[in-house]
Design a protein. Structure first.
Lengths: 177, 136
């Protein structure tokens, strides 16, 4: 089983609506898989941290679901964790309203242009000056992802219609600590 | 004043705030479903502690036995980070008011992310933490 998973590369996957309880289930599965694969505890912590930020972001914003909108399965909420070439790759996909696309792009582009030192400065600034939104976000999720992965966040917005797009992000975490 | 105690769960930390011994502990995982509902009572308790306990105590009593905030986190999400900073800021206000305080930050061996986050928080409030490696 273990050999199959390493060869295949897929460690965890979830498709369809994501709720708060789903996050706990996926984190428990992560724990088991990391033990099975004898992954370093510190690498596991990084994956755990990035996973939580990705999944909570999807859960928090209660994005429209493809099944409720009669859209094709390619627009299902998606979470995938794979191991490829000694990197853990997280891919997520979810539907967002087009009016937030500009803001999300700006946030990601900003953190992608910063080096470690400037990311840290931005993290401090947002933590000190930001407040917790009604939905429970502190505005530091994307910064946290970039800080933890130490890699650029790859993203894509695939237009669905006039109101909606499919938001995909890809994050890489090195399997060497 | 009553102690504030919440048991640890897989998504929320143990809270053990003891107003008699002036010891405050936050320990475990923090990614509660509603971060505001979880941390507001903690911040409110600290505020009341300042008004009820400290206001009627002698600052000199804290010289040998300081107010002790211990953060022993396995993991906390980004919105919990904001609230942990708020807790630290509130306790740090006691220091600014002339009470002796100590802030302990525990981290696992080799966990540079957790250590650096503690260092960041320490810098943000401009107060030195004790950084302590967990004994596994």
């Amino acid at each position: 089983m273990c050999f199959f998973m390493v060869k295949n590369g897929i460690i965890l996957s979830h498709f369809g609506q994501l709720k708060y309880d789903t996050i706990g289930n996926l984190l428990r599965k992560l724990d088991n898989k990391m033990k099975e694969l004898s992954i370093n505890e510190l690498v596991k912590k990084k994956i755990y941290a990035v996973m939580v930020e990705c999944l909570e972001n999807i859960d928090r914003h209660k994005h429209p679901q493809s099944e409720d909108l009669n859209l094709s399965h390619e627009f299902d909420t998606k979470f995938l964790l794979e191991l490829k070439n000694n990197y853990f790759i997280i891919n997520t996909g979810n539907i967002v309203e087009n009016n937030v696309v500009g803001l999300l792009k700006k946030k990601i582009e900003t953190v992608n242009q910063l080096n470690d030192k400037d990311l840290k400065k931005l993290y401090r600034k947002v933590l000190l000056t930001g407040s917790i939104s009604e939905k429970g976000g502190a505005g530091v999720g994307i910064i946290e992802m970039a800080k933890t992965t130490q890699n650029k966040i790859e993203y894509n917005f695939k237009p669905i219609n006039k109101e909606l797009s499919y938001y995909q992000i890809k994050l890489k975490i090195s399997n060497t600590n | 004043m009553k102690a504030l105690k919440f048991p640890a769960t897989e998504y929320s930390p143990e809270i053990d705030f003891d107003p008699v011994n002036h010891k405050f502990l936050i320990s475990g995982y923090s990614r509660p479903e509603n971060v505001r509902t979880f941390y507001y009572p903690v911040l409110e308790w600290i505020d009341n502690y300042g008004k009820e306990v400290l206001a009627s105590s002698n600052k000199a009593d804290f010289e040998k036995k300081p107010i002790n905030l211990t953060l022993k986190m396995n993991y906390f999400n980004s919105s919990s980070a904001k609230f942990l900073l708020d807790v630290i800021v509130e306790v740090h206000k006691f220091h600014l008011a002339g009470y002796n305080i100590v802030i302990n930050w525990f981290y696992d061996e080799g966990d540079d992310d957790m250590l650096e986050t503690g260092e960041d928080l320490s810098d943000m409030v401009d107060f030195p933490f004790n950084f302590i490696e967990n004994n596994n």
